[in-house]
Design a protein around this ligand. Structure first.
Ligand SMILES: Nc1ncnc2c1ncn2[C@@H]1O[C@H](COP(=O)(O)OP(=O)(O)OP(=O)(O)O)[C@@H](O)[C@H]1O
Length: 274
């Protein structure tokens, strides 16, 4: 897994037409019991973009994210994913959702490797054994997040930050080229934050679309060319992140030469789409 991929639709020299946006949200309203939490938002997320959806508590970030994942219905408006209306979208393997926390898992002591392998469910047919290619993708994903040496450990032995890296590895091991990460930095120590920021940076470098749902840009700020700030269910800012609400705490730089815990990690392959 060493292919360096270009950003799809970004070169400007390609004679083929640009792909449709990874997400096109048009006048979206999402309500709970008739009360709107997202109130008429419109934006595109282009293929290959890394952007943050920012905003204070209760501003509607999670509600918008869940609508984009097809979990919450729209009261009004439209969402298209890779050119397909959400209700007709079937290619969910393309979307790598990284939740905030590992769920308790019913007390079953899953290993790190088992959790990461579960990211391949949508790409495997049922009753088919893992191929050597599947296993290699899991190895690469674990190496990319710096957890190759923890593969056999129970996830419950890992710190919160390491568990977050397992969740990212799970998304990396699958066929996704579009990632939605819910507060990937919350409750994570500085070392793990740097490791995670580095993984996210390399995903973007390799052409993935990355949407980060965050309270504040913090250590991810250097990765962002764009932030979309919600306030009271509406877009308060859509543009470069500098100086907008929620961007003020950038203590850690992700591309640090001072990240000894993340030595030579393999590049992350993102499936190339026609
Ligand atoms: N299941 C629900 N039922 C009713 N109201 C809800 C529900 N979930 C969220 N809300 C309300 O919708 C609004 C937006 O909440 P949402 O969780 O989307 O905001 P958020 O920006 O993600 O906040 P946080 O950062 O705290 O997660 C809030 O007023 C919240 O109280």
């Amino acid at each position: 897994m060493s292919a360096e991929l270009t950003r799809p639709g970004r070169s400007g020299t390609d004679s083929t037409s640009a792909p449709p946006p990874a997400f096109r949200v048009t006048d979206a309203v999402v309500s709970y019991n008739g009360s709107p939490a997202v109130r008429g938002v419109s934006f595109d997320v282009n293929v290959g973009e890394t952007l943050a959806i920012l905003g204070p508590n209760g501003s509607g970030k999670s509600t918008l994210m869940r609508a984009m994942l097809g979990v919450l219905p729209l009261t009004r408006g439209r969402i298209e994913t890779h050119g397909v209306p959400l209700r007709r979208f079937r290619d969910w393997g393309r979307i790598g959702y990284v939740p905030q926390r590992l769920s308790a898992g019913g007390g079953v002591p899953a290993t790190v490797r088992e959790i990461v392998t579960s990211g391949q469910v949508s790409r495997r047919r049922r009753h088919r054994w893992a191929t050597s290619q599947d296993n290699a993708a899991v190895d690469d994903a674990l190496a990319a997040v710096g957890l190759a040496d923890r593969a056999r450990d129970s996830v419950h032995e890992l710190s919160g930050g390491q568990q977050q890296r397992v969740l990212i590895a799970r998304a990396l091991a699958g066929p996704a080229d579009t990632f939605i990460m819910d507060e990937p930095m919350s409750g994570i120590d500085n070392e793990n934050q740097r490791a995670l920021a580095d993984v996210i940076a390399r995903l973007g470098d390799n052409g993935a679309t990355v949407i980060l749902v965050l309270h504040e840009a913090g250590p991810l700020r250097p990765l962002l060319r764009r932030s979309l700030v919600l306030a009271n269910g509406q877009i308060a800012h859509d543009g470069p992140p500098n100086g907008v609400h929620g961007d003020e705490h950038d203590h850690v730089h992700p591309h640090a030469e001072d990240t000894p815990s993340m030595p030579a990690v393999p590049s992350i392959e993102v499936p190339r789409r026609a």
